[in-house]
Write a protein that binds this ligand. Sequence first.
Ligand code: DC
Length: 337
Amino acid sequence: MDKKLVSIRGAVTATNDVKSITDNTAKLVNCLFFKNALTNADVVNMTFSTTPDITAFYPARAAREAGYDVPLFSCVEPNIDGAVTGCIRVMITAWTEVEPFNKYIGLARKLRKDLTDAYSITLDGPSGAGKSTVAKLVSGKLGITYLDTGALYRALGLVVLRNGVGTKDAPNIEKCLKDVKVGIKYQNGSQAVFVGDEDVSNLIRTPEVSMAASDVSAVPYVRQKLLSVQRDAAADSPVILDGRDIGTVVLPNAEFKYYLTASAEVRARRRFDELTEKGQSVTYDGVLSDVNLRDKNDMSRAVAPLKRAYDAVEINSDGMTAAEVADRIIADVTGDM
Ligand code: DC
């Protein structure tokens, strides 16, 4: 992909002391470099402006000390009635392959409510990594919507199975699903998945439907059909979505991205416990081989394969509880508010 010359903007608030200015400038610039996939060599220049109450230190010096050896400049803004105080703004002119990502942290989020009100958290990873448990905890604690996108693929997998269509038979899957409406309704705070008027939430958690969902999710028509359902859910309010391609394809410009992994054995053990608790008769070895097969399917398909977005933070949950993973994500997100 070719690099384009872009302007990237951001802002953060600080108190008027050297440490606060240094730490917050570094936090802002680190984030902008990470989200925009920048190295120093990509940057033409980086310009800071500060409100007149920031006098203890130059943010440009803070950036230099943080390792940003690029052309830097700082200046002071006029005193404007009602403006956010203690504010450090930055504009970076740089060459990048990705869509410019702007970042507003802390009280500075108020400056661009259009960009920051409907923030999204993406949580991708292989099956059994604990995504849905973590996503529910995060959604509950932050009071934001949770969309389990795997449930949408499962619902379509169920329809394909019910109609006796082969789960890899792309042309007939497209015919079978053409007029099928799949959607999400929130009832008492939890998500129910509907096919037409039928609530299928309780029918989509069997091993058979899991495998069908993995198969049909490789069909480009299926992925395209579910794209708008997922993007609509994230359009107007803060959300957390879990899935396989949320950070890479569905919401590539999401503000907070995570890639949750765990070893195949740990994931199989968790899935086994979950299924036996629900009274399903499965063996650990059977679940492990399903996990391995689904990983292979999900990672090797041609369209939107499972992979970490370049700007997703990877968390390996092997030695962590779901609550610890959720707390880690919540700390990041609330640290920005
Ligand atoms: O997360 P899950 O196990 O409920 O997902 C079921 C299947 O759906 C999974 O094997 C891959 C597919 N899927 C996908 O391809 N993209 C998503 N965003 C979510 C799920």
